[in-house]
Design a protein around this ligand. Structure first.
Ligand code: 13P
Ligand code: SF4
Length: 309
């Protein structure tokens, strides 16, 4: 009988052959997270990509995250299992509209969320993630007006936390977090009265007001795992359930479905599968390719962010 490898074994073999690292965002399917060398939020994965000294970065996340990896470590091959793993925030913020807005407000410091295209990063003064957005805005002199791109909910959260009045905020939104309804969260709280609420800052302000903790994907996981409470309502993409159950098997976690569907999954993140990852490692495609000049301009605001925290 001919021995057949499982897809997971093939991936591990290919990873060794190609001198690849597998970076997986915490919203990826459990079977992908289990094979990853590193799982994390967008900031942790960017830092890991920056210092990797092998040949191939297999990025299981969405395209803007892989672009960031390429910009920070341009001599590596960066692949993504599915080239259509996009992001509604990226789509909400085209670079030509950003350039036009900058012409209207030339004195504004442009702070862009990492969920933007490389072309928008190249137009930015500094990048932030959900983990460090408050610290990044606080690092900018108080008298400087800010243009914050592109997430309206994260922007309003940062504005409130920093007490910053002079912040102009783009009108983009995440199709997953922006469609969490306070009404459904309230129903979950009634059903689970002892549960604490942990939310991602891309959620609407009325959801954030009902939250006990607000933070990035891995900050939410760390908070729930280390908190003395044992029951939580988690207002982010349900992929984090894998880490939560693994790290705190005795605790209970509840997820609230989005307004438009009965799940809280990001359709872009979920485009990546084990089969597509195996094929990408075989062919080294789809591959992130960006013009050198664009990468150079986009790198500076990312490096400014990494220097802050
Ligand atoms: P994190 O930076 O918290 O990983 O968030 C990325 C993201 O896309 C959230 O929807
Ligand atoms: Fe983009 Fe929202 Fe998906 Fe995160 S969850 S990748 S912000 S669409």
């Amino acid at each position: 009988m001919i021995a057949t490898n499982t897809i997971a074994e093939e991936i591990l073999d290919l990873k060794r052959q190609k001198r690849a690292i597998l970076l997986a965002h915490l919203y990826q399917e459990p079977e992908i997270q289990e094979l990853a060398d590193v799982t994390g939020d967008s900031l942790e994965l960017a830092r890991k990509a920056q210092t990797f000294d092998g040949d191939v970065i297999a990025f299981c996340g969405v395209w803007f995250m892989a672009e960031t990896a390429k910009i920070l470590n341009p001599s590596r091959i960066v692949i993504v299992p599915d080239k259509d793993a996009g992001c509604s925030l990226v789509d909400s913020c085209p670079a030509d509209q950003v350039r036009a807005t900058k012409r209207r407000f030339p004195d504004h410091t442009v702070v862009s969320y990492i969920n933007t295209s490389a072309a928008v990063k190249a137009e930015s003064d500094i990048i932030c993630t959900s983990r460090n957005a408050v610290a990044i805005v606080n690092s900018i002199p108080a008298e400087k007006p800010i243009l914050f791109l592109p997430d309206i909910n994260l922007g309003n959260f940062v504005k409130k936390e920093t007490g910053r009045e002079n912040m102009r905020i783009w009108q983009g939104a995440c199709i997953v977090h922006a469609t969490f309804a306070a009404r459904k969260l309230q129903a979950a709280r009634t059903e689970h009265p002892s549960a604490l609420v942990a939310s991602h800052p891309e959620c609407p302000p009325e959801v954030l007001r009902m939250s006990d903790f607000i933070g990035s994907t891995s900050a939410i996981i760390d908070w729930c795992v280390t908190h003395e409470a044992d029951e939580f309502i988690v207002m982010t993409e349900s992929g984090v359930a894998h880490s939560l159950h693994k790290r705190a098997p005795h605790k209970r976690f509840h997820f609230v479905p989005n307004e438009n569907c009965n799940c809280s999954e990001c359709p872009y993140m979920k485009r990546n599968t084990l089969e597509k990852l195996r094929d990408a490692l075989r062919t080294l495609e789809p591959r992130v390719e960006l013009p050198a000049e664009l990468m150079e301009r986009a790198r500076l605001p990312i490096e400014r962010m990494l220097a802050v925290k």
